[in-house]
Ligand binder design. Sequence first.
Ligand SMILES: O=C(O)CCC(=O)C(=O)O
Ligand SMILES: [Fe+2]
Length: 324
Amino acid sequence: MSTVPTIDLSNVDAAALAAIDQACLDHGFFKLKGHGLNDAIDEMWREARRFFALPRDIKQSVMRQPDRAFGYFDRELTKQRRDKKEVFDYSAKPEPMFGSGGSSYWPDDSEGQLTEHGAERFQEVLLNFYKKQHVLAHEIMQLVCRAMGAPEDALDDLFGERHTSTARLNNYPTEDPVPEDERDSTIELASVALGEHTDPGAVTLLLQDDVGGLQTEADSVGWVDIEPEEHTFIINIGDIVQVWSNGRYKAAVHRVTAVPDGGSRLSMPFFYMPKADALIKPITSGEDAKYRAFTWREFINKRIADNYEKVGDEDMQVTDYLLG
Ligand SMILES: O=C(O)CCC(=O)C(=O)O
Ligand SMILES: [Fe+2]
């Protein structure tokens, strides 16, 4: 039996829930088919490829800024090491995450530059996909609640219309995407494509292309490859599921190994996250809470601040909220 089970969303029975439970106890990853989004996924791959192939000046024109949380970025840190990747962050919510305001982060096509490169439908395709992923993420969250033994709607009120989910396109080239004269010599480039980490939110819905390299760390067997499979979502649980389950489930520790020379790798995560003032605390019954309650706003702001801390400082973790 594969350590990373595949769930068919069109046929979720008791065995599927048991498989999700087992996976969340061991490493926090499962795969998902039967979601009905195959065509939408194909369209997303096309737009993602076109976006990253755009000339650097177009991508740079929508570079993430201190006052603009979304857009293009090519120098992200994980655990104080620079990842060899470029990203595009977006959201279909009218409000940016926490009132960070800022100007539009969508590349401008008024001079037909996107059209020229075949990416004229970029914004429309991404926003439509965001909405579909949001519906799917809610369904998956309900499955995880049932796997945990909680009512399926136990967490619905913490999300609602004010959820703060974000989505991203990732491109991992083998060449450093940051021009040489802009590299910060104090921040080392990681030896892997993406350093090991947990996602801070509830559940992540990820699509990866056929290159591979994603791994999860299982209690039972150590690092496990998550093999690419066409039209298959890879689902992982984040830090706050660890709290909701009172520590029974572990937030998935994952990484991406170095991309083979001369190639590149694409992935597209959707991070399902609650509303800013959601109070996060264990929802399991019949046992003492192992974590103290905190708001999602407090937790995510601390995690974001960590990205700007100086090299070498320990990141904050959800275990900082353990009681006793
Ligand atoms: O690229 C991948 O497969 C993983 C991406 C990821 O873990 C993340 O963006 O948080
Ligand atoms: Fe991740």
